[in-house]
Design a binder for this molecule. Sequence first.
Ligand SMILES: NC(=O)c1ccc[n+]([C@@H]2O[C@H](COP(=O)([O-])OP(=O)(O)OC[C@H]3O[C@@H](n4cnc5c(N)ncnc54)[C@H](OP(=O)(O)O)[C@@H]3O)[C@@H](O)[C@H]2O)c1
Length: 269
Amino acid sequence: MRILFVGGGNMATALIGGLLAQGLAARDLEVVDISPEVRSRLAGRGVRAVADLSACSGAFDVIVLAVKPQQIAPICKAVGPMAGGALIVSIAAGIRTGDLVRWLGGHRRLVRAMPNTPALIGAGITGLYAASEVTDADRGRAHRILGAVGSVLWFEREALLDVVTAVSGSGPAYVFYFIEALEEAGRSLGIEPAAARRLAIETFAGAAGLAARGEDPPAMLRGKVTSKGGTTECALQALDASRVKEHIIAAVKAASERAREMGDEFGKS
Ligand SMILES: NC(=O)c1ccc[n+]([C@@H]2O[C@H](COP(=O)([O-])OP(=O)(O)OC[C@H]3O[C@@H](n4cnc5c(N)ncnc54)[C@H](OP(=O)(O)O)[C@@H]3O)[C@@H](O)[C@H]2O)c1
C-alpha cells in the first residue's frame, strides 16, 4: 500500500509513526507539506517529503488529506486530477463528503475519519464514515491506516461524525480539564504540586483502565467506590447538586452543534 499524506503536521506524524511501527516501509510513504521544518523532520525518519503536489513520485493507493479544515478546498482541487484510482481519506474536522467530492471534481472513493490526539501514543480512537461507492477493500485500507494509532469505529450515518468530533475528537480536552480540576483541588488542600498532579493523572489512568476492562459498566464501578455516608458519596452529592452531569452533556451537545456549523461554514467555498 503506497500512501501519500497531504499535510505532515501532528495527526499525519502520529499516523506515519504508527504505520512505520507496524512494519510499513518508509519508501511506501510520501508527504507533501509546505513547512521546511516538517519536511526535514520526516526526512529524518526516511520518509520522502516534498513541498508541492507536482513533485510527488508515481501513483498512490491512498491519499490522506491531513491539513486544517480551512485549507482543504484548494488542496482537494489540486489532488482531484491526480487521484486516479486512489482512495482518499480526509481527517479534516467537519468537512463533509458532498463538499469533498465536489472539490475533488467528482472523485467518490472517499472515507472521512475523525481521530483524536491520544493517537500520538498509539491510544487514539477514530470514527470512520465511508461514502457509498467505497469498496470493502478500501474500507480495509482506511481501517489499517487509522488502526495504526489506536482503535476504530465505523458509522453508517455521516451526521454522527459531528457527534464523534464532540465526544472523542474534543474529548481529550474534557479529560485534561477534569485532571486540572482534581490537581487544583489537591493543591488547594495542601498537597505539593507534583504529588497533586501525579495523584490526579494516575487516578484517571487507573480508573479508565478499570472501565476499559469492561467487566462492570462505569455506573457499577462508581457504585463500588461509594459507601453509604462516606467521602465519595459526599463528593458525588455535591456534583449532583451542581448538576455537573447535565452540564457535561450540554457542553458535548454544544460541541456537536459547532462541528455541524463548521461543516456548513467551510463547505460553502
Ligand atoms: N489534532 C487533533 O486533535 C485532530 C483530531 C481530529 C482531526 N484532526 C484534523 O486533522 C487535520 C490536521 O490537523 P493537525 O493537528 O495535524 O494540523 P497541523 O499540525 O497544522 O498539520 C497540517 C500541516 O499541513 C501543512 N499545510 C498547510 N497548507 C498546506 C498545503 N497547501 N500543502 C501542504 N501542506 C500544507 C501545515 O503547514 P503550516 O503549519 O505551515 O500551515 C501543517 O504542517 C485537521 O483538519 C484537523 O481537523 C485533528
